[in-house]
Structure formats: C-alpha cells, structure tokens
Write a protein of this length. Structure first.
Length: 353
C-alpha cells in the first residue's frame, strides 16, 4: 500500500474525475431545471394583464419571429421572448405567424398565444349599415371608426348594401366601402336575373330607386312586399307615386326634416317630388336592403293602389280611392286624438309645477 493510500488521500486523477462528475451532475440538474422552467413558461399561465382582463397587441406586417417575440414580451403577455422564439421554431409556427391586432386574455399561456398568432385569430371589428341609410351617412359612419384609415368619398345613392361588415384595424375606409358596394352589385345582379316578368321597371338602377322608396315608406319588415306592390301597381296604371320621403330627400338630401311636410312643399317643383313628377325620381333616396330589393323585383299579387298609416306603426291598404279616403279619415281622427292627449298632458304638467 502506498503512503498516499495509507493516509486516505485521493490521487489527482481521481480528484479530477470526481470534480468533473460533480460538475456534470450540476450541469445536468441546471439543464433539467431550465427545461422544466421553459416548459412551464410555455404551457403554464402567463403574466397577468397590466390593466383589465385583456392585453391588445399589434403585430406589424412583415415582422419576423424575433420582432414578434420582443413585441409580446414588451407588452407583458409572455415572460421570455427567447423561449417564445424558440418554441415558434421548434413547432414550425415561425413560418406562418400572422400580423394584425390581437387580444390576449390575462395569464394566457404562451402555447395559446402562439396558436392564436399562427392561426391568425386577430381582433375583428364591425360596422352595421341599417336599411335606408344614405350614402353620405354611411361615409360619416366609416369616418367615425377610428380603427380605419384613409378617406372614402360618398358613392352614388343606393350603391351600398345595408349589412354588417367586418374589418381589421388599419384597413382602408375605401376598401371597406368597396366591399359594401360589391355586395350590393352581386345581390342586385342575382335578384335582377330572377325578377318577375312584366314589371314596369326597365333597369336594375330603376329597381334600386323604387326599392329605396319602399325602404323609407315603412319600418315594418313584413309590409315591404305590400308597399312594393302598391308602387308597382301605380307605375303600371300610370299613376304618380306620391311618396312623402321622396320630397324630403329633395329638400334635405335624406336628413330628417324634423316636422311634417307643408302643403307648399307638396306643390313645389322638385325633381324628387313624386306628387308632381311622373314615374321614378332621378336617383334612389337611400340605400335599400335585401328585403326591399327583393320586394320590388318579385312583388306579391295585389290590387292595392293606396296606403296610409294605421296608428300602430304600420299601414292600411286600399284598392279604391273611396276606401283610401275612409282610411285617411280614420288616421286623421287618430292624429287629432293624439294631439288632444298631448295638450292634456302639457296642461297636467303645468298644474303640477
């Protein structure tokens, strides 16, 4: 036995082996801990939102994986841009990450965030164009959407299809408006190709004009076909349409008049005064919806030539002028009764002061 062995010492070689083994074990433990942390960072809950329940992040078009990862870390939705970038590469998602506006829930996992960006689950905004809205009002509504960019001039009246349209943040207003116009063009082409034969409407543009009048005459969806039938019957008979909304459009461009029409306005020359002109006005008076367009191109069979308000929000229809006069008188009686009630309410309010 050597003197070193007798003293219980270790040889330099053995000491080196022990040191290396210890270092390897420490390194292995560190690697395991890092992997555990990386997996937890990827699959576990993410950071809490800085404010509220969600965090909105904009990812620039053309941004690479590193920029996207850095943007997410700065926004506080992932803990490590390096782990996100590595995960994107390992999963193959790096080649398909999509730009846009994203909304991430507080504490969303990195895995779910990566899935959202890979699948392009961007925030979708929307704008609703009600039936009967004018083109100028539609452009004003687009201008009020701060998520959109650019300008859009008002298109011709009646060229927009009232619907709900989706758009992305940063999209051009003119592009959204074009979708509205393309939708109307497509629908009109389809309805025109299936139109009822023998209609007193020569062109698709005339159909839109008549549909816009139907749209403004009634707010009751179920009445559109009956109102359309009345106007089609009047055109066939060579009668004037005598529609109040057309006069209002000639006076205000489609903005609310705020009062009833005066007798002088009914009698005044106006290209849109269908009490004074034959046939249709020169342009639509609003943007009609699907139901109104369908109604004028396939109206129901009817002998009605007149209609007047019935006091319930709808209308009552008549085939003869005599019957119509009776309906008008009933409507005027309702109006007089309402006026009396208004006066009574005012008097009561004054007494209670």
């Amino acid at each position: 036995m050597s003197p070193r062995a007798r003293r219980g010492g270790l040889s330099p070689a053995r000491r080196l082996i022990i040191i290396l083994a210890s270092a390897a074990a420490t390194l292995a433990a560190a690697v395991v801990l890092f992997l555990v942390w990386a997996v937890w960072s990827y699959q576990g809950p993410g950071p809490a939102a800085k404010s509220g329940d969600v965090t909105v992040v904009m990812l620039r078009k053309g941004a690479g994986v590193s920029e996207i990862a850095s943007t997410l870390e700065r926004a506080g939705v992932v803990r490590s841009d390096a782990i996100f970038a590595a995960a994107a590469q390992i999963t193959g998602a790096a080649r398909t990450l999509k730009a846009g506006e994203y909304e991430f829930k507080s504490r969303a996992s990195m895995a779910s965030i990566l899935d959202d960006i890979r699948d392009g689950r961007i925030v979708v905004h929307q704008i609703t164009v009600p039936e009967g809205m004018t083109s100028e009002a539609v452009v004003e509504a687009l201008a009020a959407k701060s998520e959109l960019t650019g300008d859009a001039p008002a298109p011709p009246e009646g060229s927009i299809l009232p619907e709900t349209y989706q758009f992305e943040r940063g999209e051009d207003r003119a592009a959204v408006l074009k979708r509205m116009m393309d939708a109307r063009e497509e629908l009109l082409g389809l309805l025109w190709s299936k139109r009822q034969p023998g209609l007193p409407i020569a062109t698709p543009d005339e159909a839109v004009t008549l549909a816009s009048i139907v749209e403004k005459e009634t707010g009751v969806a179920s009445e559109r076909p009956r109102v359309a039938a009345v106007f089609v019957n009047r055109l066939r008979a060579g009668m004037r349409l005598e529609s109040d909304p057309t006069i209002i459009y000639g006076l205000t461009g489609g903005k609310p008049l705020g009062r009833g029409l005066r007798a002088s306005e009914l009698a005044a020359p106006n290209p849109y005064n269908t009490y004074q002109i034959d046939g249709l006005p020169p342009t639509p008076i609003a943007n009609p919806g699907r139901a109104a367009l369908a109604a004028v191109l396939d109206p129901p069979g009817s002998d009605a030539l007149f209609f007047v308000a019935d006091g319930t929000g709808g209308h009552v229809f008549a085939a003869t002028y005599e019957e119509h006069l009776k309906n008008v008188e009933r409507w005027r009686a309702i109006e007089r009764k309402r006026e009396v009630e208004v006066l009574k309410d005012r008097a009561k309010a004054l007494k209670e002061r």
